[in-house]
Unconditional design. Structure first.
Length: 107
């Protein structure tokens, strides 16, 4: 899967590191770091299993929404409950975009 090298999010250039190998923590599926304006997306799990393209796409959406949430100053997804809500929203948004061919329409 190919991902853009960066996104413009609320006026900020956010670098995308993909594929990224998490050495600092093995339990992360993705990560947005506000200080460096960086999104990290692994291509495989810490056990070496390749990630499905749909999993990567949902993770990208999830981390973009974290970036929007944090940059905008809301931080509503920074709790455990907020993280679970964001996971549901990310999967829902992915399904709507994919099933309705919206990537072609809105891009």
């Amino acid at each position: 899967m190919e991902l853009p090298k960066e996104f413009n999010i609320l006026g900020h250039k956010v670098k995308v590191l993909y594929p990224y190998t998490f050495t600092e923590r093995g339990d992360l599926d993705g990560q947005y770091t506000d200080y460096t304006k960086t999104i990290r997306i692994p291509a495989q799990s810490f056990t070496g299993e390749a990630a499905a393209e749909s999993f990567i796409a949902v993770t990208v959406l999830h981390e973009i929404m974290h970036a929007i949430d944090i940059i905008s100053g809301h931080c509503i997804f920074s709790t455990e409950e907020g993280e679970k809500a964001l996971e549901g929203i990310s999967n829902g948004l992915y399904q709507v975009i994919k099933d309705n061919d919206l990537a072609r329409v809105i891009l």
